[in-house]
Design a protein around this ligand. Structure first.
Ligand code: 5GP
Length: 191
């Protein structure tokens, strides 16, 4: 997506440890016009998939997911992050390792909001090693729902998550894929 790549080139900051900061339009300050264009693009890519629900994870996925959901005309369910695992029978949960914080948390979705009738589009801001997506996928499977697709705003193609999911036959679309980035020069090369 050209508009998104332009913004990344102009405003993203490459940090040590393969972290890209996009705080000026996605992860801290949010540009609604850009997120709307992103939502529209996800709709164009998955319009044929009969999506009934969009699932994401708090906090950064929520803005993009809501913009996309306006086009699909479906609700958004976001997984909540719990530090301690005080879980009851009313929830689906998955343990996830956080790439950016290097710790583990439990992602939780209430059984009320996912069922075997659902065809789910998972949306997230970044795809790195695929841990967050893997956790959401196991929750969707536990609910008996169908994983109809995954939409990612920025995929770091040099990390293994995207390739592994595609090899498993998952329908995955990333709007910008980064092949390499350099924290010393700030250079970002797109696929
Ligand atoms: P994964 O689970 O695929 O290893 O990492 C994806 C999750 O970690 C995303 O939900 C995102 O919040 C965070 N993340 C991974 N890499 C980056 C990055 O380079 N920049 C930012 N801002 N978040 C990232």
């Amino acid at each position: 997506m050209h508009l998104l790549e332009q913004r990344i080139r102009r405003e993203a900051v490459v940090k040590k440890g393969n972290i890209l900061k996009v705080d000026s339009f996605l992860n801290h300050q949010i540009d609604p016009a850009l997120l709307d264009a992103i939502g529209r693009e996800f709709y164009r890519l998955f319009a044929d998939a009969d999506i009934t629900k969009i699932v994401t994870i708090e906090a950064s996925g929520i803005g993009v997911a809501v913009m996309a959901a306006r086009y699909f005309g479906v609700p958004v369910v976001f997984a909540k992050k719990e530090k301690t695992a005080q879980l009851d029978d009313g929830v689906y949960s998955a343990r996830i390792h956080s790439f950016t914080h290097d710790n583990d948390y439990t992602a939780v979705i209430s059984k009320q909001y996912l069922s075997s009738d659902d065809a789910v589009l998972v949306i997230d801001d970044f795809l790195a090693n695929g841990e967050a997506i893997r956790g959401l996928r196991s929750i969707i499977e536990a609910a008996g729902a169908k994983l109809a697709g995954i939409g990612i705003v920025i995929e770091k193609g040099f990390q293994c998550g995207g390739d592994a999911l595609r090899a498993e036959g998952v329908r995955l679309e990333s709007l910008a894929t980064i092949d390499s980035m350099d924290d010393e020069t700030g250079e970002i090369i797109f696929r």
